[in-house]
Design a protein around this ligand. Structure first.
Ligand code: PBG
Length: 332
């Protein structure tokens, strides 16, 4: 079979917009977006985040109208990240499962306001620990797996009781998906979904987030490499995903986003579970700062980025760019 030039001219199918549209292999829409938000205690508060220009932390009363507008435009889900007052942080992270805590209260209110909006909560202890780690540490600063799970279970249950649709363990402890599934089942939360951060890498791209949730002072120079994955590894991600599927995850996250799309593509080819990707804070801030300097055109770069996530096989993407994307899609 001779497929060479001029029989085949690849540019024929690129020669006008209509044919490019017809042969387009992936699509992207508001349906693919999850908006991660930072919430503050109190009322009538909003604070800029130095490490993430254009993004803010809001008290829940301020957040409600913002989310309301996005939800009207089709936003399906948000992921909540709390900024906990310094006095509420402790060694045992017990504030994490306080039924009247910041997250639990916010979930209740948001579910009442927007019954059809999916609410995702983060199950991890880093906002609540003095160490800034995602779990309970021993005197050497080592994160204790099973002791941490005992707290994560209670945290996940308190989120489900508040009305969270999806609990998302982002802590990377071994066995936590199973334990969370068990406690949810035992308490009859049969439809509460577990979105497991199955392959979460110990990435340097989380820096701006730690500033946003104010855990960077707590974690300081300590690293999360004893629980998050080594960024040099591929096969290990399959092992992690396999285990989490067995333990009862409904969906998984690969994190960070763009630099880790090789992992997404591999996992999609191997497993049938829905895969989400997290376009993390460092990725947001890179595009944002280049755009602020006019080195890049923000809108086109962000939209291209979203197609890349879809092309790699992601079912949905968590991105701080959600409001801007919704505005840009609306305009088109
Ligand atoms: C911790 C958590 C982190 C992020 C989400 N949940 C940071 C970390 O592991 O230190 C990072 C998200 C981002 O960078 O946007 N449970």
């Amino acid at each position: 079979m001779n497929k060479s030039y001029p029989n085949t001219r690849m540019r024929r199918n690129r020669s006008s917009k209509f044919i490019r549209n017809l042969i387009r292999e992936t699509s992207f829409s508001v349906d693919d977006l999850i908006y991660p938000v930072f919430i503050l205690p109190g009322k009538n508060k909003e604070e800029s985040i130095d490490s993430m220009p254009g993004k803010k932390r809001y008290s829940i009363d301020k957040l409600v109208p913002i989310i309301g507008k996005l939800h009207k435009k089709g936003l399906n889900a948000i992921a909540i990240f709390p900024v906990i007052g310094k006095t509420k942080k402790s060694k045992d992270a017990k504030e994490s499962f306080n039924p009247k805590g910041l997250v639990q209260g916010a979930v209740k209110l948001l579910k009442k306001e927007f019954p059809n909006l999916g609410i995702i909560t983060d199950v991890a202890l880093d906002p609540y620990t003095l160490s800034g780690h995602d779990g309970i540490v021993n005197k050497d600063g080592y994160v204790l797996n099973d002791k941490t799970i005992e707290v994560l279970k209670k945290q996940a249950l308190s989120h489900a009781q508040a009305g969270a649709d999806i609990v998302a363990p982002s802590d990377m402890m071994d066995g936590r998906v199973l334990e969370i599934r068990n406690i949810l089942e035992k308490n009859k939360f049969h439809n509460t979904k577990i979105l497991s951060y199955a392959a979460k890498y110990a990435s340097n791209l989380y820096g701006p987030f730690r500033n946003a949730v104010d855990s960077s002072n707590n974690i300081q120079e300590s690293s999360k490499e004893t629980y998050q994955m080594d960024f040099a590894n591929i096969s290990e991600a399959s092992l992690e995903v396999n285990l989490d599927i067995d333990e009862g995850a409904d969906m998984i996250i690969i994190k960070p986003g763009l630099p880790y799309l090789d992992i997404v593509s591999k996992i999609k080819n191997k497993f049938s579970i829905p895969v989400f990707s997290y376009h993390v804070s460092g990725e947001y801030s890179m595009i944002k700062s280049a755009s602020l300097n006019n080195y890049l055109d923000e809108e086109s770069v962000v939209l291209e980025t979203m197609y890349c996530f879809k092309r790699a096989g992601c079912n949905a993407v968590l991105t701080y760019y959600t409001p801007e994307i919704i505005k840009w899609l609306d305009k088109k």
